[in-house]
Ligand binder design. Sequence first.
Ligand code: PLP
Length: 376
Amino acid sequence: MGILYFDAAATAPPVGEALEAAGQAYTAYGNPSSLHGEGLSAKHLVDKAREQVASALRCKPERITFVSGGTEANNQAIFGLAKIRGKRAKKIITTDSEHPSVEEPMKALEKEGFTVVRLSTKGGVLDPDQLKAELREPVAFLSIMRANNETGAVYDLAGVRKVMTLCGTDAPLHCDGVQGFLKIENDRLTSFCDLVTLSAHKIGGLKGAGALYISEKIRNLPPYLLGGGQENGLRSGTENVPAIAAFGAAAEKAAKDKERLSYLASLREKVVGELEDSGIRLHIPPVHLPNILHISIPGVLSSWALNFLSAKGICVSAGSACSAREKKKGNRVLSAYGLPTEEIETSLRISFDISNTEEDCALLCEALRECAKLKR
Ligand code: PLP
């Protein structure tokens, strides 16, 4: 039985170019900080990847700091901004549907005396008036994700920047760009965000590499990890050269592939079309990623559906992969979106990758229709 993998938002299958780049990096095994030839070869691979990631994000290479992934980049950005801005203001603005790697640092800062305001993302949209009202007081910084990992909603960050400019705030804007990176046509994230978090394994790279973009406007962001001073003193620890090289290769491939986003959107549209009259509920935010589709199957608990589909070799997620094994009650993100409990308990996230085919989608839809018959 072949596997039908529809869980790319949890982790995307690595692309061939990324595996090849990682393979070369395993051969160039030197430490990038060493001054001999082996070290320089490894450093060259890290520098090349920095250029590739920077070009995909449309920024200068020196603005990219490599880290271990999205979680570390979010922690580095949030705790760093709290340190440099916390003396001026104690208020932080974020949203009610951030990934745990933003939400948990926010909770930690609340314990340290910061006030965290979580903007509503009901229906997958931000309310500019709510933001305007919150910006009447001085704000330390803002952290708003580009696209939601569960619903696929894309938030209007250009609009956020516009409101910030209108209100005359000097607070920096950090963005968790993990799901949105290279999934939004002509995105200009660095023109309206001051810090951007990226993760390699969501774009066809390997787990264990990510990046934080830091604009030149942000000075003296303190490092989160202290040690040998790698990455310009911002992120100590010997670089994970194979994963970084793979990150660069995956970013370059995705940025060059002009058909990729429309292909992902066509797969998603095919599934939407086939499920429309199935009784399955489709939760479609007004602006959404081309690769995430969130659904609820009335009367069929997510855990039943996952088992049923898994027995057929079909991989999807119930909510996000990070929280799927936690026995937490409810779902903060889907409640924030406005789904009732019954739809949350029966919800599934289908996420597409370029390796999926139309035939895979047809098989998925057939299985989902069968699954809908399991109804209590
Ligand atoms: N932010 C978002 C929106 C994510 O979806 C994820 C991973 O699922 C992360 C951050 C964490 O990234 P990483 O797995 O690289 O730590």
